[in-house]
Design a protein around this ligand. Structure first.
Ligand code: OXD
Ligand code: MN
Length: 594
């Protein structure tokens, strides 16, 4: 497939380590993918679903102990510990290679080594980057074929250039005690062992497109961010783009694919999806920021996805899709998950592969009683998405009018506020917090600080990453405005106050009106708030101007508690927190106390 000496000698070296019985180069062809699907179905790795209802769709179950990203076992292996920073786990690279080599040794015996050459971003674009993943898992191959661009054209684009990201994955024994997801940003290398769950093993995604890419972005003067990208088309045909960073499982896919509320649809507004998870962002020749989605598919959370919450995502899963850890409805050989509809299947197998009794479902104990795992996923082709942007594959991406940060906060954060400047906006990103979800292993619903939604994904020191945001700000002649949103505020009974989903467009339109200088805002201790009457509530049941007033109220006491928590967090991040952020924090505190 290639004469590239760096590629060939690296593969030889890895071959000697893992000792496969043979090697298969993945060529991106349908013929080869189909042959692999047949092998996976025969071995039980995949189950083919109802070909009428779900053509070319498959179900896969991971090991019960291997269902989410494992942040505790994810390492950044820089030569100097301080370059990985205090927020990341660190291991010395020499020690890590040695330790993991023992786990890899002979782990492919009797198995095929699949070599996947892939491009993050359209092949050949100067914004794109190339990786090669070696894996022993057909599931990984088939997912990478959906999530990235794979084939000989990737190797052609690479030519004899030694600059590619080397990824080695081995399922090994799926031993949770010896599971490691390790990144060597100084070597362009990723080693993942003893897992077969998406976020740990589809190395193009979190490992490359965020952790390694964030490191490269700092070195090369661009940004890799955990952001969706969407376009809003106005009735006059003009399209404005925004990117938004929310922590995992906080609705990035839903916002990226939202359907405009009826009042807007009638007027001719449309939403176009460019990306739902990752954005690579650069300064364009015109002085604006341009964002592109390096992925080629969606690895979305299934539970809660339904016709109303995300019709477009649901449609995207109807063909050529791989479902992971969802329920299997045996009555018609289809899939089911909590929140798909109100008809739990009577004859189903749950995510663990056991007969499922819908009568025993207990919301308080989802892991043990649900049909689908709370972090079960669909891997779907972007090209299936009914609202895919015509700019999805544009080699230079799309120009950003706004960057939006957001978290899942029952209290504190208002529905929306605008930062006062790029520096203040970066600060707002740095103080993001959210209640934890099922996307990562660990306790749920606990507030944790998740700056820029990148806490698990920055491939170097968090303080340096913040400094990079500030440095980038100086290089953008026409920077986008930066906002913060929170769809998840609850009343005293714990009910969400804001309807969310498609109605979030009302907030995005306020944001775009601010960017166009078409609407006023009110100064507050935290930034600019909307005048409640400027959020359009036409056609919204049960939401009044008073509701909006409540949603944008700043509770100084809980904000001041947050300030204390932020101080603790900054201390934890350590010596490299930019001084500008301490200045912003002081201003925030002073404003709140005024
Ligand atoms: C994801 C995640 O899978 O953020 O996108 O966990
Ligand atoms: Mn994500």
């Amino acid at each position: 497939m290639t004469q590239n000496k760096a590629v060939l000698s690296w593969i030889d070296e890895m071959k000697a380590l893992v000792e496969p019985k043979d090697i298969l180069w993945i060529d991106g062809s349908e013929k080869q993918a189909d042959a692999l699907r047949k092998i996976a179905c025969a071995s039980g790795e995949l189950e083919a679903l109802n070909p009428e209802k779900f053509p070319n769709c498959y179900l896969h179950r991971t090991a019960v102990n291997d269902v989410a990203r494992v942040e505790g076992r994810t390492f950044i292996c820089t030569r100097k510990k301080e370059d990985a920073g205090n927020i990341n786990n660190w291991m010395d690279p020499v020690e890590c290679y040695e330790k993991l080599s023992k786990l890899y040794k002979g782990s492919y015996r009797g198995k095929t080594m699949y070599v996947i050459p892939y491009s993050m971003g359209v092949v050949g674009s100067s914004f794109s980057k190339i990786g090669i993943e070696l894996t022993d898992s057909i599931y990984v191959v088939l997912n990478m074929l959906i999530m990235t661009r794979v084939g000989p054209e990737v190797l052609e684009a690479l030519g004899d250039n030694p600059d590619f990201v080397k990824g080695l994955h081995a399922t090994a024994n799926c031993d949770a005690e010896n599971r490691y997801i390790c990144h060597f940003p100084e070597d362009n290398t990723i080693w993942s062992v003893n897992s077969a769950y998406g976020g740990n093993v589809l190395l193009g995604k979190k490992c490359f497109a965020l952790r390694i890419a964030s490191y490269l972005g700092r070195k090369e003067g661009w940004m890799a961010e955990h952001m969706l990208i969407l376009g809003i088309e106005f009735p006059n045909g003009e399209i404005k783009y925004v990117s938004a960073a929310f922590p995992s499982a906080c609705g990035k896919t839903n916002l990226a694919m939202m359907i405009p509320p009826e009042v807007y649809k009638k007027k001719g507004y449309k939403v176009w999806t460019v990306g739902d998870d990752i954005a690579w962002i650069r300064v364009g020749e015109d002085g604006r920021l341009w964002a592109m989605n390096p992925e080629n598919g969606f690895f979305g959370v299934a539970p809660g996805t339904n016709e109303h919450s995300n019709y477009n995502a649901l449609m995207t899963t109807k063909k050529n899709c791989i479902f992971t850890n969802v329920g299997h409805d045996l009555s018609d050989n289809t899939v089911w998950w909590e929140g798909l509809n109100d008809n739990p299947p009577k004859n189903a197998i749950n995510w663990k592969g056991e007969v499922w009794d819908y009568k025993k479902y207990d919301k308080a104990d989802k892991i043990n009683t649900s049909c689908a795992h709370p972090n079960s996923r669909f891997t779907a082709m972007a090209s299936n998405c009914p609202c895919l942007s015509s700019e999805f594959a544009s080699p230079k991406g799309v120009p950003l009018s706004a960057i939006i940060f957001g978290g899942r906060r029952a209290k504190t954060a208002p529905l929306v506020y605008e930062s006062r400047s790029w520096q203040h906006g970066a600060f707002v990103g740095s103080i993001m917090a959210s209640e934890t979800t099922a996307a990562a292993a660990g306790a749920l619903g606990v507030v944790r600080r998740d700056p820029m939604a990148m806490r698990p994904f920055v491939g170097y020191d968090m303080g340096d990453y913040w400094q990079h945001w500030l440095d980038m700000g100086k290089k953008i002649p026409n920077p986008p405005k930066i906002f913060h949103v929170n769809w998840f505020r609850t009343d005293d009974e714990g009910h969400f106050i804001w309807p969310g989903f498609g109605d979030n467009m009302r907030v995005v339109l306020w944001i775009l009106a601010r960017c166009a200088g078409k609407v006023d805002a009110v100064e507050s201790p935290i930034g600019y708030l909307p005048k409640p009457e400027d959020i359009n509530i036409e056609g919204l049941d049960g939401v009044t101007v008073d509701t909006i007033k409540e949603l944008v109220t700043i509770d100084r006491k809980s904000w001041l508690e947050d300030v204390e928590n932020i101080k603790e967090f900054y201390k934890q991040v350590g010596a490299r927190v930019p001084k500008e952020f301490y200045t912003e924090l002081e201003t925030l505190e002073t404003n709140l106390k005024a």
